[in-house]
Design a protein. Structure first.
Lengths: 189, 309, 494
């Protein structure tokens, strides 16, 4: 049980995600009402890309050896290239940022390995709260941080949930740190 | 209510099988009276060998019926018997059987004999005319199905007939078993010569007549005969035994005249069902271990339908 | 082998326990258990097992234990929910097969159940109901993981037909290495001991309970110009509705002021409707249809006599509820029913129309002569008999005892299975146990225990729920989190 209070600081700290891979959390305090949290996962490792590429090419060469069809080889090259492009452009998230600006809103952005960024902004008056929740994810029960959105018809109700740090999936100790920091800002406004 | 582990001071009061009283015993206490209401093999029936043999004879009878029917089909398929001959024989058998059935009728309901006879005639006429009219259709019903499939289906249906036959109350025969048997006969009828070459080279004049014959005989063997047999059994038990043995021998001899191997198998099956299985049942009775107790679901023995009708 | 932990096994005297919930002392008593109740049957499904699990859990939480419940997902109700007092319920997405029971493949529920057991630091798995495949799965996996196990049987089974032979064999396998079994009546204990070939010493009898405050008498609701017989049960064959169909015309013809009030729904409703139609009893026999639990009392207090016609029953809470509302109880003498109420509160009859009619006529005659006890006095007698606190106390003793016991390591478990469950079934399930163990090792390699976040304690010695109530410093954030989790239907599956 991680009961110890992780103190809020500006420096990078190393945590792990739910699969045990190292991730880093960077907290930047721009002012008392504005904080930015960046969770970065490991960069694309060249070694891994090499291994996958080699595996595809070797198997393609084996097929070519038996079928003597050169289309297999060109196909393999195209598959690896397209696969890599798709991976870095749509799948591999380099870092996710949560920017909380008191009285204004929350900006959620994730930048992919290719440099592509997708950003989403939620106004403060739509936000009910930011909480840590539990969910069943791929045969496991995990914690995640999420923003509760207000139901326009019912001020007490919750209309939907926006999960945060969906691709990096940090563990609870990291989530608690972000959570407490967010709550400080939310409490002020 | 008491501690689960380690009972307190030796209880002076006897244990009672009640939950509403807090007793000075642990919850997992096992009294001497534990399971005293357990009863074993309460309604165990003692069987007598020959009584069981007599009952098992009914199963053997039905097997014989199936064998006889298949024999008739074999004769027709090989062109050894013409449908006309068979129809006349069938008519004769039916009339003889009907006479016997009426002769053995219980005296009590002789008053409404007239009406019954008239309605019997009506039903017979309806059945015969409809079957005759529809036999061309029935013949072609399974024609397009491959022969192997038809034989497999026939075997399955005859087996279903044997399984579903209401041995305890054979008159009238159950609808499932009768329908299975009739379906089997339709299947077999489509494989009779008539639309195909007979080995002899001649065309059978009417294949629809074959189908009609098959269906009539199916009705005789699978529907009417069990009724007559049941009446024989009720009214003339001594004659019944003889008829059973006679039928069994007929079946074996009939099959043997075309397929000796099959006859041996049939005889073995009949022997096993009538003689061996009852012996086994009686032997295995001693191994029976059925437990009853207060946890059993109570049975409703009364006839509650009387409140509704 | 899968033994993770060996808890302190010394039984502590019961007086040593923390009774005061709100003072969460820093020195936690050694004997608090982390219990996971597992059953296919839980709210929103309604029934005896469901309320048993809920009430027992609430009382155990009150006693300072940590309790979580695992059941399967009901429709859109998936994920993690919190009930009163921080009782956490895991609605796991497992496929439902038949009658709200999940299918069992012996393996597919292991990853999720392991995740629950590990993150909640469960020490003791308590499975409920022999009809629940999930309960048996959980027992199996818990033993593989080296956790102590308790099983509560809520039903009776026969021995005569093929289906009971098979289910009894499965029960033998499931219970042969379970630490302790709880039955709801002595008859149920005898039945379970025979079915699963158990040592009777490891089977405890702890009856069900009824919340007496829910079932108080109210004689003003009765009509004094008539005598009303109340029946509250599902209208199915096992509840003897056919017998009821025979009793109604018989008694209604004899007593023109007799009325029947029948609550419940089921396939046998048609029998009662036919009887009502045939004897033109529409104004005297009222069929109320399915009743919500909160409406049961409203129906019960309108009657003078409570009739139960069950053909089999392990405990029968209905007659206790009837008696608690001050009604004269007439019941069939089947299963555990004779053990439930003292002779002066119940009239027992054989399960035949004639015997039940005789019993009812006796009671009607006494009712007319006014020689029956008053509803208030009956309630006073009944309300102390069965309480959930008492059930929880006795269950706690079972837990204390079980916590000190050893979970069989794999080799001895295999020996136990093969020697105790017969050659075929024993070998088969020994093989399955080995596979389950290998699967567990694989899962431990894939998702190591140390990567699973320990769940926030909501109940138990340091439960956050209580902290939330105190609104103490330092737990504010967590309590806010819990509050929100409880509030919304937002337990989404990522």
């Amino acid at each position: 049980m991680q009961n110890g209070d992780p103190h809020i600081g500006m420096e990078d700290e190393t945590y792990t995600d739910i699969n045990g891979k190292a991730i880093s959390l960077e907290c930047q305090s721009h002012s008392g009402f504005c904080r930015e949290f960046t969770v970065s996962s490991a960069k694309v490792s060249i070694g891994r890309v090499m291994v996958y590429t080699c595996a595809v090419w070797l198997s393609a060469y084996t097929i070519f050896f038996f079928t003597e069809n050169t289309a297999v080889l060109s196909g393999a090259i195209i598959v690896t290239l397209v696969g890599m492009m798709v991976h870095i452009h749509f799948v591999k998230v380099d870092h996710e940022t949560l920017l909380v600006i008191g009285s204004l809103g929350v900006q959620v952005s994730s930048s992919y390995a290719s440099g592509r960024e997708s950003t989403d902004f939620i106004e403060m008056d739509k936000i009910k709260d930011i909480v840590i929740n539990e969910a069943i994810h791929m045969q496991r029960v995990i914690y995640y941080l999420c923003i509760l959105l207000k139901d326009p018809t019912d001020p007490e109700g919750v209309s939907s949930v926006v999960p945060l740090f969906q691709s990096s999936k940090p563990r609870l100790n990291c989530l608690i740190k972000v959570y407490k920091s967010c709550q400080e800002i939310l409490a002020k406004c | 209510m008491g501690a689960d582990s380690g009972a307190g001071p030796g209880p002076s009061v006897p244990w009672r099988k009640v939950l509403w009283e807090r007793q000075p015993f642990p919850d997992n206490y096992v009294d001497r009276r534990f399971l005293e209401e357990l009863r074993r093999n309460e309604d165990l029936r003692q069987y007598r060998y020959w009584a069981v043999v007599r009952e098992a004879g009914l199963v053997a009878q039905q097997i014989t019926c199936v064998a006889l029917f298949v024999t008739l089909w074999l004769y027709m398929e090989q062109g050894l018997l013409s449908p006309a001959t068979l129809l006349w024989t069938g008519l004769l058998c039916a009339l003889l059987g009907y006479g016997l059935y009426q002769a053995l009728a219980p005296q009590a309901d002789s008053d409404n004999q007239q009406r019954t006879r008239w309605s019997d005639l009506q039903s017979a006429a309806i059945f015969l005319s409809f079957t005759f009219g529809f036999s061309p259709v029935l013949r072609t019903l399974t024609e397009s199905v491959s022969t192997d499939t038809v034989y497999a289906m026939t075997a399955l249906m005859l087996l279903a007939h044997l399984v579903a036959f209401p041995y305890a109350q054979p008159s009238p025969p159950g609808s499932l078993s009768l329908n299975a048997a009739l379906f089997a006969s339709v299947c077999l009828a489509s494989r009779l010569p008539g639309d195909r070459h007979i080995p002899g080279g001649a065309h059978s004049p009417s294949s629809s007549l074959h189908t009609f014959t098959m269906l009539c005989w199916a009705l005789l063997v699978f529907a009417l005969w069990p009724c007559l047999r049941q009446r024989l059994r009720e009214r003339a038990p001594s004659g019944f035994g003889c008829v059973c043995v006679l039928m069994g021998m007929c079946g074996v001899v009939g099959l043997g005249s075309l397929w000796p191997g099959g006859a041996v198998l049939l005889a073995a099956a009949l022997g096993a069902v009538t003689l061996l299985c009852p012996l086994l049942l009686i032997r295995l009775q001693s191994d029976k271990d059925n437990i009853q107790g207060p946890w059993d679901e109570a049975e409703i023995r009364e006839d509650l339908a009387r409140f509704l009708h | 082998m899968g033994q993770r932990r060996r808890e302190a096994a010394v039984p502590s005297p019961p007086g040593n326990r923390h009774s005061d919930m709100l003072t969460v002392a820093p020195q936690v008593p050694a004997k608090k258990h982390n219990i996971c109740m597992v059953s296919d049957f839980f709210y929103p499904n309604m029934g005896g097992v469901e309320s048993h699990i809920y009430q027992l859990s609430q009382c155990l939480i009150e006693k300072g234990h940590k309790v979580v419940i695992a059941t399967h997902a009901y429709g859109t109700r998936k994920g993690v929910r919190y009930l009163t007092n921080g009782l956490k319920v895991y609605y796991l997405p497992l496929q439902v097969m038949y009658n709200q029971s999940t299918s069992t493949t012996c393996f597919h529920s292991l990853p999720l159940l392991r995740s629950v057991f590990t993150r909640e630091r469960i020490t003791l798995v308590h499975a409920h109901s022999s009809f629940s495949a999930m309960a048996h799965d959980a027992l199996f996996h818990a033993k593989t993981m080296g956790l102590n196990t308790v099983f509560t049987d809520h039903s009776l089974f026969g021995f005569a037909d093929v289906s009971s032979v098979l289910t009894n064999k499965l029960l033998t396998v499931s219970l042969c290495d379970t630490n302790h079994i709880v039955c709801v009546s002595y008859t149920s204990k005898e039945n379970t001991v025979l079915r699963a070939a158990l040592n009777p010493e490891i089977v405890s009898v702890i009856p069900n309970a009824v919340d007496p405050t829910d079932f108080t008498p109210d004689p003003s609701q009765r009509h004094d110009d008539r005598i009303t017989i109340v029946v509250v049960s599902r209208l199915v064959y096992r509840k003897g509705i056919d017998l009821l169909g025979g009793i109604i015309p018989d008694l209604c013809l004899k007593h023109p002021d007799l009325h029947f009030l029948i609550g419940g729904e089921g396939p046998k409703r048609i029998v009662l409707e036919e009887v009502r139609e045939k004897y033109q009893l529409h104004d005297r026999v009222r069929l109320l249809g399915a009743l919500e639990h909160k409406d049961v009392r409203r129906v019960l207090v309108q009657g003078h006599i409570f009739l139960n016609t069950s053909l089999t029953e392990a405990f029968c809470m209905a007659i206790v509820e009837g008696a608690s509302c001050g009604l004269q109880v007439v019941s069939t003498r089947v299963g555990g029913i004779p053990e439930v109420l003292p002779e002066d509160l119940i009239t027992l009859c054989d399960p035949t129309v004639r015997s039940l009619c005789e019993g009812l006529e006796n009671v009607i005659a006494r009712q007319r002569s006014g020689s029956v006890a008053s509803p208030a006095s009956i309630h006073a007698k009944v309300c102390t008999l069965y309480t959930w606190r008492n059930v929880a106390e006795r269950t706690e003793k079972v837990y204390d005892r079980v916590a000190g016991q050893e979970v069989l390591p794999l080799d001895r478990r295999l020996v136990r299975l093969t020697t105790h469950c017969g050659h075929v079934a024993g070998s088969l399930f020994a093989f399955v146990a080995v596979l389950d163990f290998l699967f567990l090792l694989f899962l431990r390699w894939l998702f190591p225990d140390h990567l699973m976040d320990v769940a926030m304690d909501t109940t138990g010695p340091q439960g956050l729920w209580r902290g939330a109530l105190d609104d103490r410093k330092g737990t504010r954030s967590k309590s806010a989190m819990l509050k929100n989790e409880k509030a919304g239907p937002h337990q989404t599956k990522l």
